[in-house]
Design a protein around this ligand. Structure first.
Ligand code: ARG
Length: 458
């Protein structure tokens, strides 16, 4: 019968099915390094409180490092009857330091231990995600800068609306991912709180210097309330919210890349190395990366929903339900991190077919607003100008011409205010460069936005 650290009050051996059902080792084994770091800091704190001698603490730390070595070299063995990573490590510690290992869990519960491990995991992964978002932001800036003079139609309702610079469009994504990065960084401030010392739920009778533990583990503060510390999973919900919003943004650029790389649009070419073919249709080159990223967004939202639902209505403090938080957390982190990684690799290799984007921006009455603005400059109220241009568009549609393809007598029929100087006002170049409001698509504005963006990142 395997010895469990909690089996003193039990008279029957745990049912095998129960062991398998309650075990979380398959998932929380990934927390081993945080668990060991936490235990080492706990040993040092116990020694400082005089609960362990300095020699005992040294020996326990040595034992914990040996266990770490076994896990990292792959010689460690896992077993459902030991439930979780905490019990596995403590059990194995016995083989290295014998009975001394039984002192490690003084003044600690698995409830504060798992809260600590998960916070350390989130801090670590959240920091890496913020780093990946930095790389992604840089990739969008580079893509914008390398295509600074490329024009494409801007859309609303997926109908051609007004011409914009491709760089302006890319810098819109820069803004989204810069916000995502800031959101993760802000979330990490609330993760950065050290829960050890809360024990099961009420705190502990031992005189632990919790600030010392926090300092050893690199936390900037300690939790204020022991019940909150062991039952709070807000930091997971927050991280998953940040991840979900970021996946929304990734799904939007993905959708655009799928549309833009279609034969119908042909605005961009995705690199061959990031596409796959069809097993039956030899001509196919499919945009699998953006499609998969778009599809994976759903799983990340599912993780957020899972943890929200898991935590809803739970009474204080720890409940075993909470063990179910780690799978959705880790799934979402893994998914987001692979999606960010593949995007950072793919983006620099995307090429824009500028002749096609520019031709598209030239057709579809994208200059109708500019024609109305022209009439306003000549003194006509905007609403009236809107009506005049609407009639001109209807006429041009009938003639199968664009507004700028109508000759002057045709145009002046709609308003005597129209003169020869209307043609430059209807050109793509002027349409772009006259949109000089801060945040608009004028070339100089976009160049300045790119400069500011680089500064914001540094
Ligand atoms: N494995 C548990 C979890 O992930 C930690 C231990 C919970 N404590 C307990 N008394 N069962 O939440």
């Amino acid at each position: 019968m395997s010895q469990k650290p909690w089996d003193g009050r039990f008279s029957e051996q745990t049912d095998r099915a129960v062991e398998a059902f309650t075990a979380s080792i398959d998932i929380d084994r990934r927390l081993y390094q945080y668990d060991i770091d936490g235990s080492i800091a706990h040993c040092r704190t116990l020694a400082r409180a005089g609960i362990l001698t300095p020699e005992e603490a040294d020996e326990l730390v040595f034992g914990l490092e040996s266990v770490r070595g076994e896990i990292e070299s792959g010689t460690f063995s896992y077993n459902d009857s030991l439930e979780d990573i905490h019990m596995h490590i403590e059990d194995r510690l016995f083989s290295h330091v014998g009975n001394l290992s039984r002192k490690l869990h003084t003044a600690r519960s698995r409830n504060d231990q798992i809260a600590l491990d998960t916070r350390l995991y989130v801090k670590d992964q959240g920091g890496k995600i913020a780093g990946q978002l930095l790389d992604l932001c840089k990739a969008f800036i580079d893509l914008a800068e390398n295509n600074i003079d490329v024009v494409l139609p801007g859309y609303t309702h997926l109908q051609r609306a007004q011409p914009v610079l491709f760089a302006h469009h890319m810098m819109a994504y820069f803004e989204m991912f810069a916000r995502d990065k800031a959101r993760f960084e802000d979330c990490l401030k609330r993760v950065d709180v050290m829960p050890l010392g809360s024990a099961a739920l009420a705190g502990t009778t031992y005189p632990l210097d919790r600030s010392y533990t926090a300092e050893l583990l690199g936390f900037s503060s300690v939790s204020e309330n022991s019940m909150d510390a062991v039952s709070d999973r807000d930091f997971i919900m927050e991280l998953l919210s940040c991840a979900s919003i970021c996946m929304v943004h990734l799904s939007r650029i993905s959708e655009e890349l799928v549309i833009w790389s279609s034969t119908e649009f042909s605005f961009v070419d995705l690199p061959d190395a990031f596409c796959t073919g069809s097993s039956i249709m030899p001509q196919k080159k499919n945009p699998d990366i953006p499609e998969l990223v778009r599809g994976k967004a759903g799983g990340v939202f599912g993780s957020l929903t899972a943890v929200l639902t898991l935590m809803k209505s739970l009474p204080l403090a720890y409940n075993r339900d909470m063990q179910e938080d780690k799978k959705p957390l880790m799934d979402a982190v893994d998914t987001l991190r692979t999606c960010l990684d593949i995007y950072v690799r793919m983006l620099p290799k995307i090429t824009v077919n500028r002749s096609l984007t520019e031709a598209a921006a030239d057709r579809g009455y994208l200059n109708a607003t500019d024609m109305a603005d022209y009439l306003v400059e000549k003194g006509m109220p905007f609403r009236e100008a809107h009506g005049v241009v609407g009639k001109a568009v209807a006429y041009a549609l009938g003639e199968k011409k664009e507004l700028h393809e109508l000759d002057l007598p045709e145009l002046t029929f709609f308003s005597s205010l129209i003169e020869d100087d209307i043609y430059p006002a209807l050109s793509v170049k002027q349409m772009i460069d006259r949109r000089k409001t801060y945040g608009g698509t004028a070339t100089q504005n976009v160049q300045e936005a790119i400069e500011r963006a680089r500064k914001r990142l540094s």
